[in-house]
Design a protein around this ligand. Sequence first.
Ligand SMILES: [Zn+2]
Length: 472
Amino acid sequence: MPASSIQSYFTSSPSKNNDGFTAEEVQSALLPARNTWTPTLIYEEGDLGSLEPGPRHLMLMGRIVNFYDSAKPSKSHRAAQGCLRIMLADDTGVLTVRLWYANIQYKVRQGQLVTLWTVHISNSSDHNSLAPSAASLFTSIFPEGERNCHFMVHENSDDGTQFRRPFNCRDSKALPGLMTLKSFTNGGYDIEEPKLLVCVKSIGARKRYLNRNGTTSELISLGIFDDTADASLTLYGAVCDSATSFLPSKTVLLISSPGWRIDKIARLSLNGNSRVDIDPDLGDARRLRALALRLTKKEHVNPPFPDAVDVSGFETAAVRALYTLADVDDFARSNPTEKCIGYLSVVMTEFNIVTPFKRNMLMSNECCGIPIFANSISAMCKQCDKAIPLRINPRILGPIIDETGQISSGKLIFSNDAWEQLLGRTAEQLLATEVDKLRYLEQRLLFLRVTMGFALSLEDGIGRLAVWCVKN
Ligand SMILES: [Zn+2]
């Protein structure tokens, strides 16, 4: 039974100021008209991608992909006290919104869906720098001072489906400038508008730091990764709040034109031209999320050969396709629901039989979620006392390569037949082999070019290759 405490009998009440009003009550008294704005003009709905400079009554929607708060305190009571410079994006384009404020504190976050009503679109030029070059069209609004302008954040009316396909992207076409973290780190930062698709790995603690002018600001550092490298993304100031909606291993960010510093890893930040699209609806984003989930899930040390793989008749078929590793990668990306059977011609770059043999780890399996290793074809599960059949430890085979790619150690799932064909002996015979002969076998197989019959069926967009035969 859970221990009850005095706190469980009292729900916490909002903290009151000295005058007896809560912060929200003060706020709502100061801003009576905020939620009751009704347009008095007729506004046209427009796509951000088709805007042109000039006066026009427009109702525009989009998601916040970057913003920056510059406070410009003024002594005049009616004057604006600051400006939020927001980069707003829909599926077709971007617009800079210069949102001036006096008493209202707009609580904006990255990724929020907003609607705004404005009466003018302007074009920024190099000498006024009112908007960054990445979103040079802008609109300047001061809703507290102009009754024909309004700005609304969709708090409860965002079902998360709108404006999720940035840059007009389609799954069939590669997004221009999209690269891996590794290519970015190795010089890709030099191209115009580089884009990175990353998954959030960790969210650091908020830290305060001292500015040159003596004021303090906040920063938060996120660990991010893709399938090639790790990196960090640091958020500063008001943007820090955006990290509260991020989930490690789930949230995918499409980061365009980040600020960067290359240490051991790439250290990214956001500048005026950067933008961040959260959980974009892209095939690559779904694959990255699936990869992240796989990484957090503990992997089976020796997954069984999939039952679904049926290659009967394939060996005698008239057409037997030879793939490269790049072909398989292409196929998996473009046909995520289809199966693929064929052959690969690969070189084995590493073989480790003697070491696992000496460590009593030549065979493996899992039971009750616990890995079991032994030099025998069956072993007892310590949890459920059942005899568990063991299969050859896939880690004995190191990375395999061909002219186009590599598959790292332990990622292939061999059938028993395929192991026998590769090693020239059954699992029992392997276990009965003397160490000298194992060492000889190891050396004989190293750098050997072999043909592997493989089958691929994808679950979650990422599958493993099942190897059903090995030939010289
Ligand atoms: Zn068990």
